[in-house]
Design a protein around this ligand. Structure first.
Ligand SMILES: C[S@@+](CC[C@H](N)C(=O)[O-])C[C@H]1O[C@@H](n2cnc3c(N)ncnc32)[C@H](O)[C@@H]1O
Length: 492
């Protein structure tokens, strides 16, 4: 159990910026030509950034910091003396427009906000959250499956963007790279008056002991020419950007020039649908290995007998990523479609029914709301497509784009876990053709131009859906071969 100090460090994201890093950041900003009239750090901690900004921007009329922790406020005041004004306040209740009205700007809003997520704060029973935390209005499945989880810093940066939209200035923050991208997506989608952004990668492990992709994020707001591009620099002292990310066709792309080169392949998929594997959230009960005499061994050390028709060979994400076609495990799949009746198993598959009953408490304890209001023992992401005999599959975790063909094993369709995406196919010939398309250089080049390797799950069905298999087939001179499989509905 974390002690009160560790809990506070976590809930307030209290990782103070090393002074050298703060100085380096201010030097980068000055070299970019940023010349603020006033400087604000809204969660200023012990004042490392304020001190660096004071020295780095001597012409700024005001240097202002706000911080929730009174000890940090005292430390910052002692450090800065008359060089800055440090006030105690809670980001979520301060009247920021009134604060910004103290100077005509342009304002540089800089610093290092807490890197904690609302889910972590939930675990800590912390209230260090905006009053209305269902922001971004996540709906439906996203809310159900936890995509609605967000970083507090994301909320804070969106507020800062709002402040500056009404005036002008720059946001310059140390944040997770994924947060910077979310802010950019939002600003670009809304058509905010933002200039060309920059993202400088920093080594979060070295500076903060955190294993996360992080960056200095710089966003001009209401200043200079508008842009929907963001230059990505490998380090704070890199002379030239290593890539440019941007917003095209309503989506964020990681490599603008490469995306534009392959944009002709972007389009819908009328004939094939990317699906995800089966989600059950109870591996120890639902995933088993074959034991002797038709028995199966589960993850709890039990050897059990189940009806063979309830059990399917299973390939997991790691198998798919490595191209391992031999299914060492099996998955118990109690339904054939979402919401399918499971009570009937008492008659149709009594061994499985008793097994599930025995482990009912574990299955009932699955916290995800996707199971709520569904028949007991339900799984998710199941449908006719799950049982298609052939599949072309890819793991969501890797950007090596190792697509693989998955065929039946022991006369049964192979099922995949929920971190795998796949195209269901009726025949091996169809799988072979689709595999040729997804393994082709232009397909991979377009995916690479859209993917963000640092994301937790860089490959998703949404990403895959953007590349038109039909257009790729035409591009490769395979339109006729594709048409053979395009006139019938895909399984599921
Ligand atoms: C990652 S630290 C960075 C501190 C400082 N900005 C720096 O760069 O050294 C985050 C800071 O945010 C403060 N903080 C957390 N929640 C806050 C809130 N609701 N209002 C104001 N400050 C807060 C923490 O106490 C901590 O000092």
């Amino acid at each position: 159990m974390a002690g009160p100090k560790a809990r506070d460090t976590w809930q307030y994201g209290d990782f103070q910026t090393p002074p050298d890093l703060a100085r380096q950041v201010c030097a980068v900003l000055a070299a970019r030509g940023i010349a603020p009239g006033a400087i604000l750090e809204p969660t200023c901690g012990r004042g490392a950034f304020l001190a660096a900004a004071r020295a780095g921007f001597p012409r700024a009329r005001q240097v202002l910091g706000v911080e929730i922790n009174p000890t940090h406020v005292q430390d910052a005041r002692a450090r800065l003396g008359a060089g800055a004004c440090v006030e105690q306040g809670d980001f979520f209740t301060v009247d920021w427009p009134a604060v910004l009205a103290r100077d005509e700007g342009p304002w540089l809003v800089l610093g290092n906000p807490p890197w904690v997520t609302n889910a972590e704060l939930g675990l800590l029973k912390s209230t260090n959250l905006p009053a209305k935390s269902n922001f971004q209005r996540h709906k439906g499945l996203d809310a159900l499956t936890g995509k609605a989880n967000f970083d507090i810093s994301e909320w804070m940066l969106l507020q800062q963007l709002d402040w500056l939209r009404a005036r002008s200035g720059w946001i310059a923050m140390l944040v997770k790279a994924a947060v910077a991208r979310k802010i950019l997506r939002q600003a670009w989608k809304r058509g905010d008056p933002v200039g060309r952004a920059a993202l400088y990668r920093i080594d979060a492990m070295q500076h903060f002991g955190a294993s996360v992709e992080a960056c200095l994020f710089v966003l001009p707001v209401g200043i200079g020419a508008r842009s929907r591009d963001c230059d990505v620099f490998d380090t704070l002292d890199a002379a030239a950007p290593q890539a440019t990310l941007g917003f095209h066709d309503q989506v964020l792309v990681s490599d603008v020039p490469a995306y534009l080169r392959h944009r002709a392949l972007v389009g819908g998929n009328r004939h094939h649908v990317w699906r995800s594997g089966v989600k059950h959230d109870c591996a120890r009960v639902m995933e088993l290995t074959r034991a002797e005499a038709g028995h199966y061994a589960n993850g709890l050390g039990e050897v059990v007998l189940l009806e063979p028709e309830m059990v399917f060979p299973l390939l997991k994400s790691s198998d798919v990523a490595r191209g391992r076609a031999r299914a060492e495990r099996v998955m118990l799949v109690p339904q054939r479609e979402i919401g399918g009746d499971t009570a009937a198993l008492a008659q149709t598959a009594p061994l499985t029914w008793h097994y599930l009953q025995r482990h009912g408490a574990r299955l009932d304890a699955r916290s995800s709301v996707i199971y709520r209001g569904k028949p007991r023992f339900s799984v998710f992401g199941v449908g006719a497509y799950s049982f298609a005999p052939w599949k072309v599959a890819i793991s969501g975790f890797y950007t090596s784009f190792n697509f693989m063909k998955v065929g039946p094993s022991g006369g049964k369709p192979v099922v995949l876990d929920d971190t795998v995406y796949f195209l269901p196919c009726r025949s091996e010939a169809e799988a072979d053709l689709l595999l040729t398309l997804v393994r082709s250089p232009p397909y991979a080049a377009l995916l690479r131009a859209m993917v963000f390797p640092g994301d937790k799950r860089p490959v998703t069905a949404d990403l895959l859906k953007r590349v038109s298999l039909e257009l790729v087939a035409s591009h490769l001179g395979l339109a006729e071969a594709y048409a053979v499989f395009a006139d019938r509905p895909a399984p599921g």
